[in-house]
Design a protein around this ligand. Structure first.
Ligand SMILES: [Zn+2]
Length: 566
């Protein structure tokens, strides 16, 4: 029996990856840096991130027959990405590519020159561009919002919902380590006079826990009374990597009966921002760690919960003796970490919620709309902007519009308006809305002018201000002098930057013909590939580059260079 188990273990270990098995997109061993469903800012991770040994350029293969349903290049997000709709109805997505395959690169160039834009999103017709299983479609890279080279790989079901590829495929990762537990929290709930639970911000207290072994913890006895529930701070660790990953499933039991379950293996894109209601948002924003709530607020529509178990809130009554609350944390290989929390009832009513006394604080009833007029500014809040009724602090002091702080998640943007009537006409056009960050850093918020008002829709609470930017972007050509002969130059490199409002657009022309400039925002680098052969019939070439910032300042640069006709 023992020998048999050992053999099975060895076989499983050998099968950590199978080369070109047809359902794995790379031919290097699989080690993840992010798991499916992992907790991210404002969303759950919709795919898996496969490590590429810290470098770019590994071949990517389609996991099945199908057609290109979407091709895109964005400065942020997925960067260079291919979406394939497969003949079985599922889709796969490959993102942050360095390059597309030569065949796809040709399609991409044509789109870019037609649109006159480096970035684009294109949805080709069904079967217009067929892709066969195991076809090489591109090389791994680091484009878009990516901090290290890797392949972001997604699998989606027939309804375009992301599903965990690890659950449906033949390969598996090496993970024998049970989830890491960093903290267990509990929280008391108040009930209003209609019998509804009051979901105040945070209010969590940390429980003392004792480690029994690497996968079992026991908490100090919790003495409390009334309606309570729990939260955990936990992540998963896999073998051969230091990255912190997400859990696969959390179950909690009260006196042996399952009362809460969340499964991270499937969700849909229209619900993924509700992660802000699954975690305690205020703790996350203030202390930068995530308490995963083991209860469901009435306003939380996430489909990942097992709803028929109820809302996960339990009542501790005076007559109850000790009960045991039990949290089970699972990873994708079903490694388990467990916490036992003994609870005894005491006769005590906990503190009432914080009293609101400051005059800057306004109560927001979630089924009403609000307009607040402040100095040279106003705030407009529509119905159901928040998850539930709340109170926020607002004021306008020293030109800063304070709309509370980013500790309460929003379901909808809030409109803010700044009156700029008092400013000189010549500078009004160069003003923009900025969000003030830490240490007086600020970032551009997209806005529009309406006569004497500058209007922005803000997606997070915080401090906002009108800023003035009259300085045009800077442009510097790195490898070309005026009137130079550059017959062998393969790529033109241009450095651009803008100190205040940021780059809005960039365009280049050679002899009045638009050229494709590939932009790498983190390096501030524009690259033109001379293989694109724009105006290759002239020896004399007039290069022109035009950059605009978000406040409408424009910089232009013109240079003449010469190339042999080949
Ligand atoms: Zn990813």
């Amino acid at each position: 029996m023992r020998v048999g188990l050992f053999l099975i273990a060895v076989l499983i270990n050998l099968n950590i990856w199978s080369q070109n098995s047809g359902d794995y997109p790379l031919d290097i061993p699989i080690i993840l840096s992010s798991s499916f469903g992992e907790l991210r800012p404002n969303h759950f991770h919709a795919g898996i991130d496969i490590k590429t040994k810290g470098i770019e350029g590994f071949k990517i293969y389609s996991i099945g027959d199908g057609y290109i349903s979407r091709l895109q290049i964005t400065h942020g997000g997925n960067g260079k990405a291919i979406y394939i709709k497969h003949d079985n109805g599922q889709s796969s997505v490959y993102a942050h590519l360095q390059k597309f395959s030569p065949r796809i690169e040709k399609i991409v160039k044509e789109i870019q020159y037609t649109n006159q834009s480096y970035t684009f999103r294109k949805y080709p017709k069904k079967n217009e561009f067929r892709i066969s299983s195991k076809e090489m479609i591109g090389l791994t890279g680091n484009t878009g919002r990516s901090t290290a080279p890797h392949l972001h790989y997604e699998l989606r079901d027939e309804k375009d919902r992301p599903i965990n590829p690890m659950k449906f495929k033949s390969y598996s990762v090496n993970d024998t380590i049970s989830p890491i537990l960093l903290g267990v929290f509990y929280k008391n709930f108040r009930i209003d006079n209609k019998g509804a639970f009051q979901y105040d911000q945070s209010g969590f207290s940390k429980l003392k826990i004792k480690k029994i072994n690497s996968s079992l913890y026991i908490a100090d006895t919790l003495k409390t009374n009334g309606f309570i529930s729990f939260g955990v701070n936990s992540y998963d660790k896999m073998n051969n990597t230091q990255n912190k990953m997400g859990l696969s499933k959390i179950i909690s039991k009260n006196n042996g009966k399952i009362i809460f379950e969340i499964d991270f293996n499937k969700f849909s894109f229209d619900e993924w921002h509700h992660i802000n209601n699954f975690i305690d948002y205020s703790t996350y924003k203030k202390s930068n760690f995530r308490i995963q709530k083991l209860f469901i607020e009435d306003s939380n529509p996430l489909s990942m919960y097992k709803r028929d178990l109820g809302n996960g809130i339990i009542e501790i009554k005076n007559e109850d003796l000790t009960s045991i609350y039990n949290i089970k944390l699972y990873d994708y290989n079903d490694n388990l970490t467990e916490v036992l929390i003994p609870i005894t009832a005491i006769e005590k009513s906990y503190d009432e919620g914080k009293k609101i006394g400051l005059k800057d604080i306004v109560k927001i009833n979630n089924d009403s709309t609000y307009k607040f007029d402040l100095n040279n500014s106003s705030i407009h809040i529509s119905k159901n902007t928040f998850y539930h009724n709340t109170a926020i602090e607002i004021y306008n002091k020293e030109e800063i519009l304070h709309v509370d702080q980013d500790t309460i998640p929003l379901l909808k943007p809030i409109t803010i308006k700044f009156d700029v009537k008092r400013y000189n006409e010549s500078i009004k056009d160069r003003m923009f809305v900025a969000k003030i960050g830490k240490e007086n850093n600020y970032s551009f918020i997209s806005n529009k002018r309406d006569n004497d008002k500058i209007i922005a829709k803000i997606k997070t609470l915080g401090d906002y201000k009108i800023k003035l930017d009259t300085i045009p972007p800077s442009i510097k050509i790195l490898n070309l002098e005026d009137n130079q002969w550059v017959s062998d130059l393969k790529k033109l490199k241009v450095y651009i930057s803008d100190k205040s409002s940021g780059i809005k657009s960039y365009n280049g022309w050679i002899n009045d013909q638009w050229i494709l400039l590939e932009y790498n925002p983190s390096k501030g680098l524009l690259t033109y590939d001379f293989n694109d052969n724009i105006n290759s019939s002239n020896t004399r070439n007039d290069l022109s580059i035009k950059i605009e910032d978000n406040a409408g300042n424009i910089s232009e640069l013109n240079k003449v260079f010469y190339r042999e006709i080949k």
